[in-house]
Structure formats: C-alpha cells, structure tokens
Ligand binder design. Structure first.
Ligand SMILES: NC(=O)c1ccc[n+]([C@@H]2O[C@H](COP(=O)([O-])OP(=O)(O)OC[C@H]3O[C@@H](n4cnc5c(N)ncnc54)[C@H](OP(=O)(O)O)[C@@H]3O)[C@@H](O)[C@H]2O)c1
Length: 334
C-alpha cells in the first residue's frame, strides 16, 4: 500500500453485515483549514447498524432512504465517532498540531471506519481526555452526546430531579445514567436481569429487571426511553406533573404523538439529537472529572468489522462496540 492509500470499511449496498468489505481506498487530503486525523479507534454504533440494514424505527423506512441514499448509502464509510492523533494540519490551522491526541465526532457525516479522516479544525474535535484509553475515548461521543443533548438541553434536567432510564445498558443508556447523575439528578434504570449489576454500578439507585417490573406511576421528572417499546401513554403515566418524556428511539406514530398536548404541564420530546463541539467539550470535562466513563462491550479489528456489526445487531451490547485501526492494534492499546 502506498502513502496515498488507506484501509477503510466500505458499504455500498444496504444489507447484512457481509455487505461491508474492507479495502484500500485513497487517503483523504486536508485543505488549508482542515486537520488530517490518524484514527486509532471508532465504534460500530446502533446508527451504523440501522443505516447498513435500513432498520429504522417504525414509519421511517422511506424517509431513511431520502436521508442516507435512495438505492445505496450515500456515505459508504460508516462510523460516527473516533479517537486518534493529528497527523497533519492545513496552513491556516492553529488549534491543533501534529501529534495531538484527539476525539472527534463527525456524527451524521460519518466516515470513521477508516485509518484516516479529514475534518475542519474548527469542527467537532477536542483533546482526548487523558483519563481515557484510545478505545474508551472512541466511545465518548455517540452515546454521550445523545444523552447530554436530551437530558441537559432538551429536557433541562435539574439537580434533585428523579430520572428513569428505560434501557440503561446500551451506549446511550450507560451514558444517560452517568450524565444524569453528573447533572445532579437521582436515577433509576431498567435492563435485563443480566445487566442489573452493571446499571447499579453506574449509579442507578433502583435497578429494575424489565421482565419483572417498570418504573413507578407518577414518580419521575424525566423518563428517558432508549428502547422505544413502551407507548407514549405508558411513559406519560410514570411522569409527575411538569415531567418530560424523552423518546430516543421514537417511531413515526410516536413522533406525531408529540404534537398532542400531554396535559398536567408534561412534555414529550423526540427527534434527532443535536451534535456540537460544546457537547464534546462538556463530555471530555466529565470524563476528566471521573463522572463519565464510556463502557466498552467488545473490541474488533477493522478487518473484522462485519463481526462487530453482527454483535451490534443483536441489540444486546453493553455500552459500545469498538473497532481498532491497524495503528492501535499494533500498539499497546492506549
Ligand atoms: N434520536 C437520536 O438522535 C438517537 C441517537 C442515538 C441513538 N438513538 C437510538 O437510541 C436507541 C439506543 O441506542 P444505543 O446505541 O444505546 O443502542 P444499543 O447500545 O444497541 O442498546 C442496547 C441495549 O438496549 C437494551 N434493551 C433492548 N431491549 C430492551 C428492553 N425491552 N428494555 C430495556 N432495555 C432493552 C439492551 O439491554 P438488555 O440486553 O439488558 O436487554 C442493550 O443493552 C437505538 O434505537 C438508536 O437507534 C437515537
């Protein structure tokens, strides 16, 4: 492979994990205001699985083709988040220098399942928190930014409020428990029996096995649903007056339901999470303060990315599935 080439996972047809192949493609070249990042690790997120398989929440199938590409993915390299090292900077860049360890979150623009990615230097990039390994840092953004957006910015969680996280063991759920606690809220969470100890260890006061029970009626200021199986009426029934029901994985009918007044000053919140550099800065600060540590389910080499997708598609992962690029696989791992 020449210096102008890199390894990348390419998906140019919607389908099963085998639809992805790892091949050599042209290495991107930074412009004057860009940085070139040598990627150490990324994640295969629930978004990567949903796009690859066109497995969208009910009612969003046709809309997804408009957003992600009608007959094939418009962006053939998936991967919403990364950790890595700045390899080169454009002539107008002063924010970073070659050698800086960073976390970046292209989010919906994707492109992290590769050895290199170019990003605008002023974009969603921050210094890697020293407390996190490159593998953990790669998993900072997707779950973290989603939880932060909905809890802090949309639902405006306040210190002393009580939050129920439905589905506390995935990438968003594990982040939501920790971030709600960092915002000063008291947290209960649900999971399968196998993950009860995990969600308790992250800070859930009541860890509820969803096969046995659910949150109590009229008990919560915020119900944060990462699963999407409960109806809007079931979610609202668990809210106190003035409470907020946050639907992370809302179906189209649920989204339309947000237009109907919920009564008792309650609010239903749904839609895509916003992505900003400020979120990354806040998440990195929480990580340095020991308030948020991304949880890693499993680690795969880039060449085995189809196996990583297979794991994500089970919808049983605990935290994030990490993919390491050859540079990290060859080193100590942090
Ligand atoms: N709106 C947005 O902008 C946005 C952003 C990010 C993600 N999302 C969506 O949010 C959802 C969660 O994302 P994620 O990345 O956290 O997914 P994930 O990591 O795949 O979530 C897996 C977890 O979900 C739990 N789970 C599955 N069924 C459950 C149930 N009936 N009750 C409680 N927990 C259950 C599993 O726990 P157990 O094994 O213990 O059952 C597993 O640990 C996805 O649907 C994703 O598409 C939306």
């Amino acid at each position: 492979m020449t210096d102008q080439m890199m390894r990348a996972a390419i998906c140019d047809a919607y389908g099963p994990p085998a639809a992805i192949r790892v091949e050599s493609v042209a290495k991107p070249v930074p412009g004057p205001e860009d940085v070139l990042i040598r990627i150490h690790a990324s994640t295969v997120s629930s978004a990567d699985w949903r796009i690859r398989a066109l497995a969208m929440p009910k009612g969003f199938g046709a809309i997804a083709r408009l957003i992600f590409g009608f007959s094939r993915p418009r962006q053939p390299i998936f991967g919403t988040e990364l950790s890595g090292t700045i390899e080169a900077v454009g002539e107008k860049v002063s924010r970073f220098r070659a050698g800086d360890a960073v976390v970046a979150y292209p989010g919906g623009q994707q492109g992290c399942h590769a050895e290199y990615r170019v990003m605008p230097a002023e974009g969603r990039i921050v210094a890697k928190p020293a407390k996190l390994s490159f593998e953990e840092a790669a998993a900072l953004s997707f779950g973290g930014a989603t939880a932060l957006h909905y809890l802090r910015d949309a639902a405006k969680a306040q210190p002393g409020e009580r939050v129920l996280v439905i589905g506390g063991s995935g990438a968003v759920g594990t982040a939501a428990i920790q971030i709600a606690r960092a915002l000063g809220a008291a947290v209960d969470a649900t999971s399968s029996a196998a993950n009860i100890e995990l969600i308790r260890s992250l800070g859930a006061e009541r860890a509820i096995d969803y096969a046995i029970g659910q949150g109590a009626a009229a008990a919560y200021d915020i119900v944060f649903d990462t699963v999407g199986d409960a109806s809007v009426a079931e979610g609202l029934a668990m809210l106190k007056p003035g409470g907020r029901l946050v639907l992370i994985a809302a179906s189209l009918p649920q989204m339309l339901g947000t237009l109907i007044p919920a009564g008792q000053g309650r609010k239903v919140i749904a839609g895509p999470a916003k992505e900003s550099r400020e979120q990354l800065e806040a998440l990195a600060t929480m990580a340095e303060a020991g308030q948020f540590r991304p949880l890693i389910d499993s680690v795969f080499a880039l060449e085995a990315i189809a196996e990583a997708h297979t794991r994500v598609e089970t919808r049983r992962k605990r935290g994030s599935v990490v993919v390491t690029m050859p540079v990290l696989s060859a080193s100590s791992g942090s």
